[in-house]
Design a protein. Structure first.
Lengths: 109, 114
């Protein structure tokens, strides 16, 4: 079946460096994607979204890139901070959210 | 900032007992959802609800599960006879529209079945 999945389960970065979290999707008809951040014991928190008519969208310290040709999207976090430590999920939004397995981002000093 | 609220934050129940998880979605939202997250796993869709009826449900959402919007603000998930494998975090979410719109999540209810 169709799925949204992630390449790496854990990403460790040094504080101040940039982080890149990747996600692959298989449904070529997908047209809306969201990145969520989930801190321990909390619900998913919206970070940024992108629609399929775009290939890049920027927020505050975050950028999402969408490559429809290879069905891949990424989340870039600039100047990673300790507070960015969390699990990051990409999700495909059809009439419901289909989540990937998540990448744990660990930020060390 | 408006938020989705869930109660209780943690529920411990004995196997076979009924539990009701409660949610108050954002007031002007029209679509409501329940998701489940087993420890260490991804968030899984359970059910969506619109206009006082179920829009879609997953294979997980079997006859033991039901949802209700008993009044203008609450949205509940009932598990009639809990099983050990129902232990998970249950998240409620709401959206103003359906597809192509941001979903807001509650903080979750941790259900522990013993």
């Amino acid at each position: 079946g169709e799925s949204v999945g992630l390449h790496l389960p854990t990403l460790s970065v040094q504080e101040g460096d940039n982080s890149i979290i990747n996600c692959a999707y298989s449904n070529s008809a997908s047209d809306y994607f969201i990145w969520y951040k989930q801190e321990s014991g909390k619900g998913p928190q919206f970070i940024i979204d992108i629609r399929s008519n775009m290939d890049k969208r920027q927020g505050q310290r975050v950028t999402v890139l969408l490559n429809k040709t290879v069905k891949h999207l990424s989340l870039q976090i600039a100047a990673t901070q300790p507070g960015d430590s969390a699990v990051y999920f990409c999700a495909e939004n059809t009439d419901k959210l289909i989540f990937g397995t998540g990448t744990r981002l660990q930020v060390f000093p | 900032e408006p938020e989705v609220t869930q109660t209780p934050s943690h529920q411990v129940t004995q196997m076979g007992q009924e539990v009701i998880l409660r949610c108050v979605p954002i007031s002007n939202h029209l679509y409501f959802y329940w998701y489940r997250q087993i420890l260490g796993q991804k968030v899984e869709f359970l059910v969506s609800f619109y206009n006082n009826e179920i829009s879609e449900k997953s294979e997980i959402f079997d006859d033991q599960f039901s949802v209700e919007r008993p009044d203008g603000s609450n949205f509940t998930l009932k598990i009639r006879s809990t099983k050990l494998e129902d232990s998970a975090m249950y998240f409620c979410a709401s959206t103003r529209l359906t597809k192509n719109t941001e979903a807001f999540f509650g903080q979750g209810t941790r259900l522990t079945v013993v």
